[in-house]
Structures are given as structure tokens and as C-alpha cells.
Design a protein around this ligand. Structure first.
Ligand code: HEC
Ligand code: HEC
Ligand code: HEC
Ligand code: HEC
Ligand code: HEC
Ligand code: HEC
Length: 439
């Protein structure tokens, strides 16, 4: 067994080494994580469908050659020319971003990397590494630690098993008894487990608890969204509009205070100003794209009626199973846009998902620790953020008046508990209930 032990170790090391070098399509991996992982996972459906062996699926479904490449560049164009691509659009309400800048080689490298992935067997560690296709080195290395630990553990069990057997047969010989070599490993393990059942029970509970903790840490910290900044059809700078020219956010995101979504401006909104403002220098080419979309001839100063829609790529993307409502936060909760989106008045590039470090630098923001747009981020703020209770004398015109009245009339002790830390938090009014955020 000890001679074998060396072989085992060598084998395990070789496996690890091979797995490491299989990282060949690094470009595909980087691109996937930067551009696709906000919506897609390799083996699991999320906002977008899982992508493992999706090329094969398209081939079998009868998609036209090269159609899937075109889909990634511009799904709308692909859907217009290929019936199979069109059938993919219909299956989900959320549309995919467009990536006109990716070359076919880059897209192929993404699919190559995806198809080279190996599905994890359900053991906690690997799931954490895979779930988000994480950008973060730290997180993928924790995946490795678990694999290494697992291998070491198995080797130790086998080694100990072997040593025990040898010792047993040796002692059996000394005692002059026949050693029952027919007893299988599993029987031996069962016998040993029964003899040490307290230890085994504690071990089992411990293992399950650790898995739960790992999973939850995963939900809290996996981040695929921070710093996500997709390319946009027009290089629109917030700094010039909301900053220098002081245009109110609501002028362009006009449903943000009264509905679930904030909304994006149509080209007509741009034209309110840009009919006159043609820009100078480098700006001219950018602003001309507005004219193309609006069907405006800037020389003759009239509409040509040849319009085309500007399709802005989504920057902030939550999975479909999460419910988030802007008016509830902005109007009822009184949370400033800055708290979640950073100071957009200074943003000179197109919008991106600000990292939590960046958000914490903004004056007046509640400092948070969990990464932006993760579940931990929502939950942490719901614990920190105070809710201002509505007035008691106005009947029903404030969201919290009724809750406030009920708390005072029925359950003063509960209210007292809430107020122990001097405030009523969103959490205390139900902001941690799964069903509030999950469909
Ligand atoms: C903003 C979210 C989003 C991003 C980012 C995104 N996708 Fe998608 N993708 C979707 C959605 C949603 C669908 C389902 C079809 C639809 O409604 O448009 C989809 C569908 C697909 C399909 C077809 C899947 C099938 O089962 O037939 C492929 C292939 C695909 N995406 C590849 C990519 C690649 C490659 C990237 C990165 C370069 C990417 N997507 C980035 C949301 C996204
Ligand atoms: C003149 C119109 C205009 C004004 C004013 C404006 N925005 Fe925008 N906003 C846009 C356009 C166009 C986009 C899409 C391009 C992009 O993502 O950069 C956008 C995108 C965004 C996004 C990202 C959307 C996504 O897909 O997730 C956020 C967040 C945002 N704006 C916040 C703000 C805030 C906060 C303000 C006020 C400080 C503001 N905007 C003012 C036009 C405007
Ligand atoms: C309320 C007026 C107003 C609206 C509405 C408006 N803009 Fe502008 N925009 C301006 C002004 C002012 C400038 C600065 C022009 C200059 O520097 O000469 C500008 C500049 C720009 C530039 C040049 C940026 C650069 O790189 O310097 C782009 C691109 C642009 N706007 C796009 C848009 C788009 C797209 C929309 C619609 C979503 C829009 N604008 C809506 C007033 C507006
Ligand atoms: C409590 C955090 C929070 C606050 C406050 C907030 N947003 Fe958002 N915003 C989000 C989240 C989360 C999303 C992604 C929503 C989704 O994918 O369903 C988003 C998405 C957006 C989008 C993309 C379009 C859409 O509706 O999904 C725009 C534009 C936007 N926000 C603008 C604003 C503006 C302007 C304000 C301030 C008036 C604001 N937001 C305040 C969290 C916030
Ligand atoms: C910066 C702080 C902050 C962040 C981040 C935040 N919220 Fe909230 N949320 C609030 C406040 C304040 C309220 C209270 C307003 C209310 O209850 O209507 C609230 C209320 C809610 C409610 C209603 C709860 C109830 O009791 O009716 C839901 C649902 C919700 N948030 C979902 C989300 C989701 C999903 C996210 C993450 C994507 C999120 N929130 C992120 C501050 C935040
Ligand atoms: C304040 C809002 C909020 C509450 C309350 C909340 N969640 Fe979430 N949850 C989210 C958001 C946002 C995400 C998506 C995060 C991401 O994709 O990184 C999420 C993701 C998840 C996921 C991961 C799904 C996946 O796609 O991998 C699970 C599982 C989950 N939540 C379970 C729960 C359970 C169980 C509860 C109740 C104990 C709960 N959530 C309460 C906001 C919330």
C-alpha cells in the first residue's frame, strides 16, 4: 500500500496539473466573463439560457451556418434572416445585448471555452466557482482548494484503510486467528462508522453546515456584475448632460419615480436639444448617429422619415426571478440614485455597474460591504437603512402611515423592539422576506 501511496500522490498531482493547463482558451474565458456572464452561465439557465454546447443545439435545430455568430453580433439581424434564431427570441421576454465589436474568432473562442468546461458534480466548492463564472481570481482559487482537499482526503482514507487492514491481519496472525480478508472496504467502513457513531454524526452535521455556509457566502459575494460596461450604439456621456448641463435624471429616465423600471429615453428626447446642438470636432460623428436614428437631415433641417431605433444595451441586469422596483426605492424609500448608481453627473463614459468601493466614496451614501447587485448588497442595505415612519394623523396618504398606526395600536412591544437601535429598518418591516424579492 505504501508503494501504491506514492503512485496515488503522483497520479493526483498529474491530474491537477493537467486540469490547470486545460485553461488553454484564456481569451474565450476572459471575453465570456466580461461580456456574457452577467446574463449567462455555462450549465444553468439564468437571465439568459445556459450556453453549454449551444452550437450543437443550433446545428441540430437546423440553424443556418454562421447564424449563431451573427446572433452574438446582433441578435435582431440574426432573427430577421434565420427562422431558428427567430425562434430563440420568442422564448424569453428579456432581450440580449448586442456585441457588434466582437470578431467571429473571438465569438468562436468564447464557445470553445464554454464547451471545454466540465460540469461540476454538485459538491459545494466547485459550484461556487462555476455559478457565476467569476471574474475574481480569489474565488476561482477557492474552487481549487476544495478539489485539492477532496483528493487529499480520499488519499488519506484509502491509506488509513490499507494500514488498518495490514495491522489487523498482522495482529490476527499473532493471535493465531484467520484474518477475514473477504470483508469488503464498504463493510469495514460501515463497521468503523457504527463503532464511532458519535464522531461520525458530529462530522456529518459539520460537513452539512459548512456546505450551507459556503453556498450562502457564494450568494453573497459571487460577482459577475461589478464594473460591467457594455458597449453602446452611441457614446453617450452622462457628465455633459446630467453634469455640465444639469439635466434632471427624470427628463430622460421618466418613469423612475412612478414605476418599476426607470426607462431609457427615445431618440425624440435627444432631438429636443440636438436639432440645434450639432456639436463640434469629435462630437459631430457621435451626434450624427442621433440624426440617422431619428431620420433627420441636419442640412435641410427636416425629417426624412427613414428612422431606426437606438437599442441601448442593458447595464444593470438582475436575474428574472428577482423583483426590483424603482419607485418603491426612489419615491417611498427616498433612496438617492447615487446610492446605487454612483455619481452619474461625473460619468464621462457610458454607464457601468459601479463597484461597492466606488459607491462608498460618494458623499452621503450608506457604506456597504457586499458587492453591487448581489443579494447580499440588497439585504445589507435593508438592514442598515432607516425607514421614516409616516405621520399618524393623516389617514392613508403615506405608505407607512397604516403600518405605523397598526404597530402603535396592536403590538407596542414589537414596535419597542424595532426601536431599540433607535430606528425602524427596512428589514424589520419585511425587507428580508424571500417572497418580497423573489417571484
Ligand atoms: C443582457 C443579458 C445578456 C447578455 C449580456 C448576453 N446574453 Fe445571450 N441571451 C440573453 C437572453 C435573454 C437570451 C434568450 C433569447 C432572448 O430573449 O434574446 C440569450 C440567448 C443567447 C443564445 C442562444 C441560446 C439558446 O439556447 O439558443 C446564445 C448563443 C447567446 N445568448 C450567447 C451570448 C454570448 C456569447 C454573450 C456574450 C458575448 C451573450 N449571449 C451575452 C441575454 C444576454
Ligand atoms: C439626456 C438624457 C439623460 C439624462 C439627463 C440622464 N441619463 Fe441616464 N442614461 C441615458 C442614456 C441614453 C442611457 C443609456 C446609455 C448608457 O448606458 O450609458 C442611460 C443610462 C443610465 C443608466 C444605466 C442603465 C442600465 O442599462 O442599467 C443609469 C443607472 C443611469 N442612466 C442613471 C442616470 C442618473 C442617476 C441620472 C441623473 C443624475 C441620469 N441617468 C441622467 C440618458 C440620460
Ligand atoms: C436638454 C438638452 C439635451 C438632450 C435632451 C440631449 N443632449 Fe446630448 N448634448 C447636449 C449638450 C448641451 C451637449 C454638449 C454640446 C457641446 O459641447 O457643444 C451634448 C452633447 C452630446 C454628445 C457629444 C458628447 C461628447 O463626446 O462630447 C452626444 C454623443 C450626445 N449629446 C448624445 C445625446 C443623446 C444620445 C441624447 C438622447 C438620449 C441626448 N444627447 C440628449 C444637450 C442635450
Ligand atoms: C436601491 C437601489 C437603486 C436606486 C436608489 C436607483 N436604482 Fe436604478 N437600478 C437599480 C437596479 C437594481 C437596476 C436593475 C433593475 C433590473 O434589472 O430589473 C436599476 C436599473 C436602472 C436603469 C436601467 C433601466 C431599468 O429601468 O432597468 C436606469 C436607467 C436606472 N436604474 C436609473 C436610475 C435613476 C435615474 C435613479 C434615481 C432617480 C435610480 N436608478 C435609483 C437600483 C437602483
Ligand atoms: C441603498 C439601500 C437599498 C438597496 C441597495 C436595496 N434596497 Fe430595497 N429597499 C430600500 C428601502 C429604504 C426600502 C423601503 C421602502 C419600502 O419599503 O417601500 C426598500 C424596500 C424594498 C422592497 C419592499 C419591501 C417591503 O417590505 O415592501 C423590496 C421588494 C426591495 N426593496 C427589493 C430590493 C432588491 C431586490 C434589491 C437589490 C437588487 C434592493 N431592494 C436593494 C433600500 C434599499
Ligand atoms: C432584498 C431582496 C432579496 C431578499 C429578501 C432575498 N433575496 Fe435571494 N436574491 C436577491 C437577488 C438580487 C439575487 C440575485 C443575485 C445574483 O444574481 O448575484 C438573489 C439570488 C438568490 C438565489 C440564487 C439564485 C441563482 O440564480 O443562483 C437564491 C437561491 C436566493 N436568492 C434565495 C433566497 C432566499 C431563500 C431568500 C429568503 C431567506 C432570499 N433569497 C431573500 C435578492 C433577495
Amino acid at each position: 500500500m505504501f508503494r501504491n501511496f506514492n503512485k496515488w500522490c503522483l497520479g493526483a498531482l498529474t491530474l491537477l496539473f493537467l486540469a490547470g493547463t486545460f485553461n488553454a482558451s484564456a481569451q474565450g474565458e476572459d471575453l465570456f466573463k466580461a461580456k456574457c456572464a452577467t446574463c449567462h452561465q455555462v450549465f444553468k439557465d439564468g437571465t439568459g439560457p445556459k450556453l453549454y454546447e449551444v452550437r450543437a443545439k443550433w446545428d441540430e435545430g437546423g440553424a443556418a451556418e454562421g447564424s449563431i455568430i451573427q446572433w452574438v453580433n446582433n441578435w435582431e439581424a440574426a432573427a430577421a434572416s434565420d427562422p431558428y434564431a427567430a425562434s430563440v427570441v420568442a422564448t424569453k421576454p428579456t432581450n440580449m445585448n448586442k456585441f457588434p465589436d466582437l470578431t467571429s474568432e473571438q465569438i468562436v473562442s468564447i464557445f470553445d471555452w464554454i464547451d471545454s468546461q466540465v460540469e461540476d458534480d454538485g459538491s459545494g466548492g466547485a459550484a461556487v466557482a462555476e455559478a457565476g463564472g467569476t471574474v475574481n481570481e480569489e474565488e476561482s482559487s477557492t474552487g481549487w482548494i476544495w478539489i485539492v482537499l477532496g483528493v487529499v482526503f480520499i488519499v488519506i482514507i484509502l491509506a488509513v484503510g490499507g494500514v488498518r487492514r495490514q495491522l489487523k491481519s498482522a495482529t490476527a496472525e499473532v493471535d493465531g486467528k484467520e484474518f477475514d480478508d473477504s470483508m469488503s472496504y464498504s463493510d469495514e467502513i460501515k463497521q468503523w462508522a457504527w463503532a464511532n457513531r458519535k464522531f461520525v454524526a458530529i462530522g456529518a452535521v459539520f460537513t452539512v453546515l459548512s456546505l450551507v455556509v459556503i453556498l450562502f457566502l457564494g450568494l453573497y459575494s459571487i460577482n459577475i456584475m461589478e464594473n460591467y460596461q457594455p458597449s453602446q450604439p452611441i457614446e453617450f456621456p452622462h457628465s455633459i448632460h446630467a453634469g455640465i448641463n444639469g439635466i434632471d435624471c427624470k427628463y430622460c429616465h421618466n418613469s423612475v419615480d412612478k414605476s418599476k423600471t426607470a426607462g431609457l429615453p427615445t431618440v425624440n428626447v435627444c432631438m429636443n436639444c440636438h436639432k440645434q446642438i450639432t456639436g463640434s470636432g469629435e462630437q459631430v460623428a457621435k451626434i450624427e448617429k442621433i440624426y440617422e436614428a431619428a431620420g433627420w437631415d441636419p442640412v435641410d433641417m427636416k425629417y426624412t422619415n427613414e428612422t431606426q431605433e437606438i437599442v441601448w444595451n442593458k447595464v444593470h441586469v438582475l436575474p428574472d426571478h428577482v423583483y426590483f422596483n424603482h419607485s418603491q426605492h426612489v419615491t417611498v424609500g427616498g433612496v438617492d440614485c447615487k446610492q446605487c448608481h454612483g455619481d452619474m453627473t461625473t460619468m464621462s463614459e457610458t454607464a457601468k455597474v459601479m463597484s461597492v468601493e466606488e459607491l462608498n466614496k460618494v458623499e452621503g451614501n450608506i457604506p456597504l460591504t457586499k458587492k453591487t447587485l448581489t443579494m447580499g448588497w440588497c439585504i445589507e442595505c435593508h438592514q442598515e437603512k432607516e425607514v421614516s415612519m409616516g405621520s399618524l394623523d393623516t389617514k392613508g396618504d403615506g405608505y407607512y402611515n397604516e403600518i405605523h398606526r397598526r404597530l402603535l395600536n396592536n403590538d407596542k412591544s414589537l414596535y419597542g423592539d424595532y426601536l431599540k437601535d433607535g430606528k425602524v429598518s427596512v428589514k424589520e418591516l419585511g425587507g428580508w422576506e424571500c417572497a418580497k424579492c423573489h417571484y
